[in-house]
Design a protein around this ligand. Structure first.
Ligand SMILES: Nc1ncnc2c1ncn2[C@@H]1O[C@H](COP(=O)(O)OP(=O)(O)OP(=O)(O)O)[C@@H](O)[C@H]1O
Ligand SMILES: Nc1ccn([C@H]2C[C@H](O)[C@@H](COP(=O)(O)O)O2)c(=O)n1
Length: 231
């Protein structure tokens, strides 16, 4: 029989490749359960934004490592309105741009960056009551999480979903898919904390599921690990 955890202290870890639905689904699950929500990808993006903004060469690992402790990062964990600031600047918009997206895998492969951000993430998790999503949550950041979900979908489905949210009518699914594949290869192939499914993780392939079905599925999974009723 599974050990059950009070919702107030539960930690739900959600990992998976780019565009698999981690952010949207994790936020919705956190909102439904009255839990906090932490987007760790936004933290890596915010540090990358800081490096670019401060003219640090993001492909020079030694330069990135030397600056790892400098950005002052603050992540808000309300799922109704997550926030992220660096040195007091709201970077929620700029971190989603092409420049940061193109550089974030290089910055997040630097061990000193990961050490710093993992410490901040563990501090944010604190006593729990949170859904945390990223690439290494179930494997490194919170290996004792009550529930570890590995969310995935076919590359084609993920690219089509990403394009559907784009404002650019000329956006090419082929180009989007190539970018997802590039980032997945870097995130899965790096030496430190590569993206991988935790040994005791639950694989959820959402290729044939809509977002609401995925949310309901995760709520049911949380229900198997929580002491309190989940609805
Ligand atoms: N099951 C689903 N069916 C259809 N669309 C979905 C589904 N899950 C998520 N989406 C949509 O797919 C897009 C990508 O989702 P989301 O940003 O949550 O993924 P992610 O894994 O957090 O991505 P990234 O790692 O790149 O930040 C969003 O537009 C989201 O609304
Ligand atoms: N726990 C994490 C979260 C994210 N990253 C890296 C890898 C991603 O390409 C990048 C941006 O994440 P996204 O916003 O797309 O979820 O950040 C990581 O290495 N570890």
């Amino acid at each position: 029989m599974e050990t059950r955890t009070p919702l107030a202290t539960i930690v739900v870890a959600v990992d998976g490749p780019s565009g698999s639905g981690k952010s949207s689904v994790s936020r919705a699950v956190a909102q439904r359960l009255g839990l906090r929500y932490l987007d760790t990808g936004a933290m890596y993006r915010a540090v990358t934004w800081w490096m670019l903004h401060n003219q640090v060469d993001v492909h020079d690992a030694a330069a990135v490592a030397a600056a790892a402790d400098k950005p002052e990062l603050v992540s808000g964990t309300d799922p109704a309105g997550p926030t992220i600031t660096v040195d007091g600047i709201d970077v929620a918009g700029p971190i989603r741009g092409a420049e940061v997206t193109g550089a974030v895998s290089a910055v997040s492969a630097v061990p000193e960056i990961r050490t710093r951000l993992v410490a901040l993430q563990r501090a944010a998790i604190g006593a729990g009551g949170i859904v945390v999503e990223g690439r290494d949550i179930g494997t490194v950041v919170a290996p004792d999480a009550a529930l570890k979900v590995y969310l995935t979908a076919s590359e084609a489905a993920r690219a089509a979903r990403r394009n559907a949210e784009s404002d650019d009518p000329a956006a090419s699914v082929t180009a989007t898919q190539a970018d997802l594949a590039r980032r997945d290869a870097l995130d899965s192939g790096r030496a430190t904390a590569p993206l991988s499914m935790p040994a005791d993780g639950v694989l959820v392939d959402t290729t044939e599921m809509d977002r609401d079905q995925v949310v309901e599925h995760l709520l049911a999974l949380v229900g198997t690990r929580a002491e309190d009723a989940v609805r």
